[in-house]
Design a protein around this ligand. Structure first.
Ligand SMILES: [Zn+2]
Length: 172
């Protein structure tokens, strides 16, 4: 049984137990598509593990779990803007947490039953990389009562007011 409610951003992403096993089959193709070899080449081993293999960084170890810098969080894999500091809140769960994505359609949702839990996985809609999970109804005092629990390693913070730099420049 689902611990989740039924609605998020007007879409029925929680509690769709009857339409599996392929609820994601109707999703649009991601516009950024690369081979596994390309992703391995472009990402660090930790980034590859989380983004492309749906891994999870250890809590309280990521770069952004306790960050309060104003800015925009991009997808670490493709650079799409996914979240902003306006929706970030202190969940004290050890991962950066947001109560909503930057805009509807920037992320996509997949039902995840691994580890014996019923969860909703959050992926970048542009490149289909794993970001984290979204939980609902936990009682956080936010406008949506949702917690987008996102791996720091899946994100790249661009502080407000600073020019955006490419991935290559940032790592040079
Ligand atoms: Zn992406």
């Amino acid at each position: 049984m689902s611990i989740f409610g039924n609605n998020i951003l007007g879409k029925n992403i929680f509690g769709h137990k009857d339409t599996d096993p392929a609820p994601e089959s109707s999703a649009a193709e991601p516009s950024v598509q690369k081979s596994d070899a390309e992703w391995r080449r472009e990402l660090t081993p930790e980034e590859y593990h989380v983004l492309r293999q749906s891994g999870t960084e250890r809590p309280y170890t990521g770069e952004y779990w306790d960050t309060h810098t104003a800015g925009v969080y991009q997808c670490r894999a493709c650079g799409t803007e996914l979240f902003t500091s306006n929706e970030k809140f202190d969940s004290h769960c050890g991962w950066p947490s947001f109560f909503a994505p930057l805009a509807e359609g920037t992320v996509r949702y997949i039902h995840d039953r691994t580890l014996g839990m019923e969860r909703v996985e959050v992926r970048c809609a542009t490149c289909d990389s794993h970001l984290g999970h979204v939980f609902e109804g936990e009682g956080y005092p936010t406008p949506t009562d949702q917690r987008y629990c996102i791996n720091s390693v899946s994100l790249k913070l661009v502080p407000r007011g600073e020019p955006q730099v490419s991935r290559a420049e940032a790592e040079a």
